[in-house]
Design a protein around this ligand. Structure first.
Ligand SMILES: C[S@@+](CC[C@H](N)C(=O)[O-])C[C@H]1O[C@@H](n2cnc3c(N)ncnc32)[C@H](O)[C@@H]1O
Length: 377
């Protein structure tokens, strides 16, 4: 969905779907007020139900600032499961049919949450392990250092189309396919919100984590719902990436802190080439023959196989190539020469008459694409 299409949402929807707001209240009752099938993504960082039985002390006798907040307390597993089932069910109702949901958790809760979300109809797409560069040690030395959290990524309905920006993820990872183990530091330093020198929130997530989640699974203008908004990390990153957010948080102090934080986020002016990674699978198909029709290449001209080397083929007037008395498409002839699968657009090069240098025929395809966009020369 584009940013302009959000702005032109029918009034009936936009009047009941608040956008770029933080709703102060209990998530179950606030979720119940939101319309069916209206958001593109849910990111949820729910209470972990850590059940800390005693205070944690470091060897130097300082007290560990652990998560012992009232919002993380549940009477027993059954109470936690009831709560999880309720918010997951509401989120599923509010998600669009092609929407997806992310939940982050630790071993204390993620397996329970995973079972429930499968039971109520979500379909798991991935689980991601967030490996923390700088985890808290196990001070008592009785277990392994807990150095990761798990994210579950699930779609509302099995088999529906959904957004996964494979090319953006690959580009973010220096042209290697992004894997399911993510190495990211915990939130610290200037990013960590503080009050009177102390952490404002015990579990503020790093923006880098949300950046990857939103870049992978939303497009510009999408609406992201976070029912456990805390300090508003999801909203801050959504604003940076030109996505919309709806946050729900029951603690008014966190709501105020999140509002101020998002207000101060610097948003680079929207410009499609900066925020939209082109997806070749969605681009208009350009047949090789268009290069001849548009006089970017001429019949009889020779193309080179690769940026170096002496192998060439001749361009025929119908857009096929001739190579050693065999004719075929740019893909067929490239496959014949390579003796294996190859995309002809990447394989063939022409001689630029101005510079006498070889250039990829992909550059010519891009010129035609630009000619097809209204207003572009
Ligand atoms: C794990 S923290 C989320 C932290 C957040 N991701 C961030 O980066 O700051 C969970 C948050 O959910 C809130 N919360 C817990 N139970 C809630 C409920 N029933 N309704 C709304 N908010 C709730 C807590 O106050 C807490 O801020």
């Amino acid at each position: 969905m584009t940013e302009s299409s959000i702005l032109s949402l029918p009034n009936t929807v936009s009047s009941v779907l608040p956008i770029d707001v933080i709703l102060n209240g209990d998530c179950i009752s606030e979720l119940k007020k939101l319309p069916d099938r209206s958001v593109d993504l849910v990111f949820a960082d729910p209470p972990y139900n850590l059940q800390l039985a005693q205070e944690l002390w470091r060897p130097n006798l300082t007290l560990v600032d652990a998560v012992d907040d009232e919002w993380d307390q549940f009477e027993n597993f059954s109470a936690y499961d009831d709560f999880s089932r309720k918010w997951l069910t509401e989120c599923r109702r509010i998600l669009k049919p092609d929407g997806t949901l992310w939940v982050i958790g630790s071993y204390h809760n993620i397996f329970r949450v995973g079972t429930i979300l499968q039971d109520i109809g979500y379909w798991i797409l991935n689980d991601i392990i967030w490996i923390k560069h700088n985890p808290m040690p196990n001070f008592r030395g009785v277990r392994f250092t807990n150095a990761h959290e798990t994210l579950i990524w699930a779609q509302k309905e099995k088999g529906s189309p959904y957004t996964f920006n494979h090319h953006a993820m690959k580009a973010l990872n220096e042209d290697l396919q992004m894997r399911s183990d993510w190495n990211l530091a915990i939130c610290s330093g200037g990013e960590r919100l503080k009050k009177d020198g102390k952490k404002l929130h015990p579990t503020q997530k790093p923006e880098a984590l949300l950046y990857r989640v939103l870049l992978a699974s939303t497009v510009v203008g999408d609406i992201v719902l976070d029912p456990f908004f805390g300090t508003g990390t999801t909203g801050a990153v959504a604003k940076r990436l030109h996505r919309h957010y709806i946050g729900i948080e029951r603690d008014p102090d966190y709501v105020a802190a999140a509002r101020e934080r998002i207000e101060n986020v610097y948003q680079v002016e929207f410009n499609p080439p900066i925020f939209v990674t082109p997806d070749p699978r969605k681009e208009t198909r350009i047949p090789f023959g268009s290069l001849l029709e548009n006089e970017l290449l001429k019949a009889g001209q020779r193309l080179f196989f690769g940026p170096t080397g002496e192998v060439t083929a001749q361009v025929l007037s119908d857009g096929s190539l001739e190579y050693t008395r065999q004719t075929g498409s740019i893909h067929q002839i490239a496959k014949l020469i390579r003796q294996g699968p190859v995309n002809g657009w990447d394989a063939w090069f022409y001689l630029d008459p101005d510079t006498s240098e070889r250039r990829s025929i992909n550059d010519l395809r891009m010129m035609i694409r630009k000619m097809q966009i209204p207003g572009k020369e």
